[in-house]
Design a protein around this ligand. Structure first.
Ligand code: PBG
Length: 326
């Protein structure tokens, strides 16, 4: 035969045709914006390794949150950065009602009500003087069950402060079940749990450690997963589903799209993926140098995460991308 009869290019012949046959959608509602709020700042502080991302003051957070919600983002994920002097061994400042994260949650709950989905990072690393995601035992290891008891207190404090969703990101065994029980016992039966179900020990978190002024020495390899393990990731996801997770998340995104796909195949609840700080920084740095086109590469990266099977994407570009998309 001289000419091919199968011509996929027919379906690429015009923008209208491509729109008609497009498979993967990307809408503002799919995007969740992670935001940092710091105690004791007079004005927002730039995070140098994440150009365009800042540690907010209470006021600048309120303005930026309202703007993102106006742009149609699906939700906001809040991280708190306390004063160095308020950090201690068991992260008390995360639980205290006057801790920056809880204060900021109350601000945003008052401003925004149910106009957005307010999510809180439910972890100890921002609040501990040693920088680990849990409390330590006598020999300095992260104590799983003692940490879970602390996570329950954190989650209840966050729900009390107005979080619609709590987000345990510390990879303790049984954290979802413990938090579900604790929330229910405190009357927060409507508060949802977004579980960081498969979270890998990743070099891509580097810039985040600056963003939250992390005190960590060493690494998180006794609780976060090794990058090569997908069977283990599936086990983690199954356990979180069994424990009552309302949303399961894979993190990071780009280097783990096969895990996102696996999660989408087995999950009975929505799947989220977190495009983390290092992914943001890499694309930003290359775009700043003019080596890649920022908007097209950001869009492509977000579409790829959706194509892999994520219903929800956490991305520092959420507000900006929402503007492009609307
Ligand atoms: C832990 C937490 C981390 C991130 C989100 N939650 C850091 C870590 O595990 O070291 C990373 C997010 C990012 O890199 O964008 N509370």
């Amino acid at each position: 035969m001289t000419f091919p009869s199968h011509r996929p290019r027919r379906l690429r012949s015009s923008a209208a045709m491509r729109r008609l046959v497009g498979e993967t959608t990307l809408e503002p509602r799919h995007l969740v914006l992670p935001m940092f709020v710091a105690d004791g700042l007079d004005q927002p502080r730039d995070i140098t390794s994440m150009p365009g991302v800042v540690q907010h003051t209470r006021d600048s957070l309120r303005r930026a949150a309202a703007e993102a919600v106006d742009l149609g983002v699906g939700g906001l994920m809040l991280f708190g950065v306390p004063q160095e002097s308020d950090k201690d061994g068991d992260g008390s400042i995360g639980v205290r009602p006057d801790g920056i994260l809880n204060v900021a949650l109350r601000d945003l709950a008052a401003d925004l009500g149910d106009a957005t989905v307010l999510m809180a990072d439910t972890c100890l690393d921002e609040f501990t003087d040693h920088g680990h995601c849990g409390v330590l035992d006598r020999v300095g290891r992260v104590d799983n069950d003692a940490t879970n008891r602390r996570y329950v207190e954190l989650a209840v404090a966050q729900a009390d402060s107005g979080a619609h969703v709590v987000s345990p990101s510390g990879m303790m065994d049984g954290q979802v079940a413990a938090i579900r029980d604790g929330l229910d016992a405190a009357g927060h039966t409507e508060t949802a749990i977004l579980a960081y179900a498969a979270k890998f020990a990743s070099g891509f978190y580097g810039p985040f450690r600056e963003a939250v002024a992390s005190s960590l020495q060493g690494d998180r390899r006794t609780y976060q997963q090794d990058s090569g393990n997908i069977r283990e990731a599936v086990r983690e996801i199954e356990l979180d589903l069994a424990e009552g997770a309302d949303i399961v998340m894979v993190k990071p995104a780009m280097a783990y799209l096969d895990v996102v796909r696996a999660a989408a195949e087995i999950s009975s609840v929505p799947v989220a993926a977190y495009q983390v700080s290092g992914e943001y920084s890499m694309i930003s740095a290359a775009a700043e140098r003019g080596w890649i086109d920022r908007q097209s590469v950001v869009t492509e990266s977000l579409v790829s995460i959706r194509r892999a099977g994520a219903d929800i994407v956490l991305t520092y570009w959420a507000a900006e991308a929402a503007r492009w998309l609307s």
